[in-house]
Design a protein around this ligand. Structure first.
Ligand code: PMP
Length: 387
């Protein structure tokens, strides 16, 4: 028997064999030719994955939180006003980071957990606050809620705010067209739909973001995140020249190079469609099992993960039972409902067999938890949707 479980948490996720092979290559110098070439190519490819021909990518060792930190450190000056479209735990985190750099933050909250603020509410806040910057969490990993980034970004631009998108649980899975949608900065991390083990912070800054950072009065309050240090490095690698500020994560960048090529070989439109289809099949399985999801309305459902309430009489022991059935899923994260739900990631290299395995393991777990339901109904519904 394969002595490993299927990893279906909302990141890190399962990675392709070629990505994992790149992680195992003998590490070379960060100024060796075969590293410079992959780094340069990755910078070019990242623009294509973010659909941002005009963007400036930054590939830096760190997690997604560093990418958020980098956005705030370079764009915010003390006293700037910022608006956070708040859909959960990671929107709260962005607010804290912005405040750390001196921003005055206004939140537009949803009325209840499982909902997102309406466009009208966001517009009213933009009108009232006139923020310099607005943040949107594309998919809030704590609730499985996807925001309407296209419409929100258009609103932000209308009120002349810099539009910043946290795509950590979305980019390369959920549809996002950075330049076409008027997004000034989008960020993610390697371990989710980008398909690389944890350890890389990925930022694509649009021309307005680079411009505003150049015109700052106050110095960037974070040495490691400062674009003044990183921009020349990214430009050098893209020109296939060696450069150094902080040692790049050599094997992770190699793995990123492989994954970005795989993503672009699939094609962004087909990749978005695959995520929609697999998510739809998984959610059809959940519905057939009578399981309720955290997002209140269908248009709020993310395609990269599902957040699912435990049915009556079942508690978090279900996560353990699912694990023992061979699939790792995650418990709750949003503090208000933490013990009432669990989360399943389905992004990146995920395929139809993973969806069926996950629904099957959930059925096994529910049976062990003593829940009464029609066995096989979830798997059948997911199969039906996959045909
Ligand atoms: N934003 C979102 C939407 C996330 O899902 C996460 C991680 N789950 C983060 C930010 C933070 O990323 P990291 O854990 O890599 O620091």
């Amino acid at each position: 028997m394969k002595n490993r479980k299927l990893l279906m948490i909302p990141g890190p996720v399962e990675f392709t064999p070629d990505v994992m092979r790149a992680m195992g290559m003998p590490t070379t110098s960060h100024v060796a030719e075969n590293f410079i070439e992959v780094f340069g190519q990755s910078i070019e490819d990242l623009r294509k994955v973010f659909l941002s021909p005009a963007g400036q990518p930054f590939i830096v060792a760190g997690s997604g939180t560093l990418a958020m930190d980098m956005a705030a450190a370079n764009l915010v000056e003390p006293g700037d006003k910022a608006l956070v479209v708040n859909t959960g735990y990671f929107s709260d985190r962005f607010a804290k980071i912005l405040e750390r750099y001196g921003a005055a933050v206004t939140h537009v909250h949803a009325h209840e957990v499982g909902d997102a603020p309406s466009l009208a509410e966001v517009e009213a806040a933009l009108q009232g606050v006139r923020p310099k910057l607005m943040t949107i969490t594309h998919v809030d990993t704590s609730t499985g809620i996807a925001t309407d980034v296209k419409a929100l970004a258009a609103l932000g631009r209308q009120y002349n705010a810099f539009v910043v998108v946290d795509g950590v649980c979305a980019t390369a899975g959920e549809e996002m067209r950075q330049d076409e949608w008027g997004i000034d900065l989008a960020l993610t991390a390697s371990q989710k739909a980008i398909g690389v083990p944890p350890g890389l912070a990925l930022v694509v800054a649009g021309p307005r973001s680079i411009d505003v950072s150049r015109k700052r009065n106050a110095p960037v309050g974070n040495y490691y995140a400062d674009w003044n240090e990183w921009l020349p490095i990214m430009q050098a690698y893209e020109a296939r020249k060696p450069s150094y500020f902080g040692t790049p994560a050599v094997n992770l960048v190699w793995a990123l190079g492989v994954s970005l090529r795989e993503i672009l070989a699939e094609g962004m439109d087909l990749r978005f469609a695959r995520h929609r289809k697999l998510s739809g099949a998984f959610k059809a399985g959940l519905a057939a099992l009578g399981l309720r999801q955290v997002p209140k309305r269908p248009e709020l459902l993310a395609t990269t993960l599902s957040a699912i309430y435990y049915p009556r009489g079942v508690n978090k022991t279900l996560v353990k039972y699912i694990d023992e059935a061979g699939v790792m899923v995650a418990g709750g994260l949003h503090p208000a409902i933490k013990d009432q739900y669990f989360r399943v990631g389905h992004m990146g290299a995920v395929g139809p067999a993973d969806i069926l395995a996950a629904i099957g393991a959930i059925e096994t777990g529910l049976s062990r938890a003593g829940h009464r339901f029609e066995r096989g109904s979830g798997v059948a519904a997911a199969q039906e949707a996959l045909v």
